[in-house]
Design a protein around this ligand. Structure first.
Ligand SMILES: [Zn+2]
Ligand SMILES: [Zn+2]
Length: 368
């Protein structure tokens, strides 16, 4: 059966393909269903290979760059070490629907990314590494946020590099499946490119502050928690672009057809001494959406705040690490809630703050 274009006209061989690739129909989808079917495992493998890349994200790069090796986005000696058992931590590697059991990963590999050269990695994050514990200085808070934005940026570039392999995975499949794969993947591409723009915008602001070592134009909110004995940390780092506060108030608008810059909020975690840890949110002082969001977080009582933080990490999902002993200690219904959060749309997760899932207790909150 001949393929028709969007308004139902039969497509000629030399006309642009219906999939918007820009290729002629005859070179693109005309005989694609005759191609070899690519298995889901093969698609996943090709996707992973295509996403691999090495880059130094320091603002001075490539000046003074040395070779690139794996950098940890979560501090290894303090954070990953606090949740490891036999040098392994737990994570969910792929958000596959219905997955119930976490994956084990060695602490040498957990949370790593090839986003810095050795020289710039060491120099940039020295103030975080040189102290035995996280001390909560403005510089350390900024650097947690800087690592979070770089990690997020790196991941978005990887996704944009990987998605074309998904576009090519429709060969050998019937037309309706081809249309479905093209449409959903192209929507993902648009989303990834918009996100990349917003992340890059925030990163550029942070690059300037990093170079000047001037963190005055950034605001931070720190929650110090005590880690319950026998349990331990749930660790994550990244960047979100909140569109509504916890009480459901709209704080900024996401419109795919009319993209405006979205204001971002970085977050990270590090270990302080005496059985405590800090969860730090950081954003540009001039931005109102992140502040409104954090105000709604700060309005929670201590018990709710502890629950919110761990459920927030699960709703963010990527780069999430935890101890298996803690996961195994949860009831089936608590595990189910966290899995639902992992699978939910990041913009409107449904938190249940009446639970007792959090492996920590709030000690203090600081605005800086
Ligand atoms: Zn095509
Ligand atoms: Zn470099």
């Amino acid at each position: 059966m001949a393929m028709k274009d969007a308004i139902g006209k039969k497509l000629g061989r030399n006309e642009p393909c219906w999939c918007n690739s820009g290729e002629k129909y005859k070179r693109c989808h005309l005989s694609r269903e005759q191609g070899r079917i690519v298995s889901h495992g093969e698609v996943a493998h090709n996707f992973e290979i295509a996403m691999k890349h090495e880059i130094c994200l320091h603002p001075d790069a490539p000046q003074d760059c040395t070779n690139i090796s794996k950098a940890h986005s979560l501090q290894k000696a303090r954070v990953l070490n606090a949740i490891q058992a036999f040098n392994h931590v737990y994570t969910f590697l792929l958000p596959i629907k219905g997955r119930r059991t976490p994956d084990k990963i060695s602490i040498d590999k957990a949370s790593t990314f090839t986003g810095f050269c050795n020289h710039h990695d060491n120099r940039t994050f020295e103030p975080l590494e040189k102290t035995r514990f996280f001390e909560g200085t403005k510089e350390q808070m900024f650097l947690l946020g800087y690592k979070a934005i770089c990690w997020e940026y790196f991941g978005r570039i990887a996704l944009i590099k990987g998605l074309p392999t998904i576009l090519n995975s429709d060969q050998g499949r019937p037309r309706d499946q081809q249309v479905n794969i093209q449409r959903t993947t192209q929507l993902q591409q648009v989303g990834a490119e918009l996100a990349e723009l917003n992340i890059r915008w925030l990163k550029l602001l942070m690059d300037d502050a990093l170079k000047a070592k001037n963190y005055l134009s950034f605001e931070a909110y720190e929650v110090v928690v005590s880690i319950l004995p026998g349990c331990s940390l749930v660790a994550a780092t990244g960047t979100i672009f909140p569109v509504q506060s916890l009480n459901g108030k709209k704080i900024q608008t996401f419109d795919r057809t009319n993209p405006v810059r979205l204001e971002g909020l970085t977050f990270g975690i590090d270990v302080r001494g005496n059985g405590t840890a800090s969860i730090v949110f950081l954003w540009p002082k001039a931005d109102t959406a992140p502040r409104s969001y954090i105000k709604s977080v700060d309005a929670l009582d201590d018990r709710q705040l502890a629950e919110y933080l761990v459920q927030f990490f699960f709703s963010y999902l990527e780069n999430l690490h935890f101890a298996k002993t803690w996961w195994d200690s949860l009831s089936t219904s608590d595990q189910y809630l966290l899995i639902e959060l992992m699978e939910s749309d990041i913009t409107e997760p449904h938190y249940d703050l009446q639970r007792s899932i959090a492996p920590w207790r709030v000690m203090s909150r600081n605005w800086l």
